[in-house]
Ligand binder design. Structure first.
Ligand code: CU
Length: 210
């Protein structure tokens, strides 16, 4: 009981970093990944590997951007009645799940980096898994906001990634001193490339099933 109270008290003392992300026109950017790494480079190893899910719903990846700590096991359940063949050629994780329905076995993402997902059957299906080396991360909501909560007080290097980011992720770095029981507000303005969308097949009016 006392220990639980002490733990709670310690948590309340921890720091928060609140982030707002906009594009160069000031428009909120959703699905931006915000990562904080202690400036001295020390990272605790996660207690135990996490399990996460990337669904396929109506021939799209859901969520389109997923962020996980390194070591996470991800399953790719197919909620559609058609088959999918999910793959990635990204250096952080090359894999392929041969044509399937239902839920194939989990894939382990143990190397930090961005993993771009595709489907061999549906060219327009594109998804992203951001594998974070740090346990401190968040993803922006529709208002372009994210909060990194319960951070041990420390100096952090905070950076942002987004699928349309026009510069290297490293170029977004900001140093933030996160102090005890304090909330730091930081703003990122990102140069973004236009979104490239592959048109879905079949075209409107056709009733072919892929
Ligand atoms: Cu597919």
């Amino acid at each position: 009981m006392l220990l639980a109270l002490l733990t709670l008290a310690a948590r309340a003392q921890n720091a928060e970093i609140a982030v707002a992300v906009t594009d160069e026109l000031g428009k909120p950017v959703r699905d931006a990944v915000v990562v904080a790494v202690p400036a001295d480079g020390t990272l605790r190893a996660p207690a135990k590997p996490r399990e996460e899910i990337v669904d396929q719903v109506d021939k799209e990846f859901v969520p389109k951007v997923q962020v996980v700590p390194a070591g996470t096991r991800i399953t790719f359940p197919n909620r559609d009645s058609v088959r999918h063949q999910v793959y990635s050629f990204s250096p952080a994780k090359r894999f392929e799940l041969p044509l399937y329905t239902g839920t194939p076995e989990a894939v382990v993402f143990d190397k930090p980096g961005v993993v771009v997902l595709g489907c061999n059957i549906h060219d327009w299906m594109v998804g992203y898994i951001y594998v974070s080396e740090s346990p401190y991360f968040a993803k922006t909501d529709a208002a372009g906001r994210a909060v990194l909560a319960d951070l041990p007080p420390h100096e952090y290097v905070v950076r942002v990634w987004h699928p349309q980011l026009a510069v290297a992720e490293e170029a977004t770095r900001k140093n933030v001193e996160a102090s005890r029981a304090h909330r730091s507000d930081i703003v990122f303005t990102l140069p973004l490339k236009p979104e490239v969308k592959i048109r879905r097949a079949p075209a409107a009016g056709q009733r072919r099933t892929y």
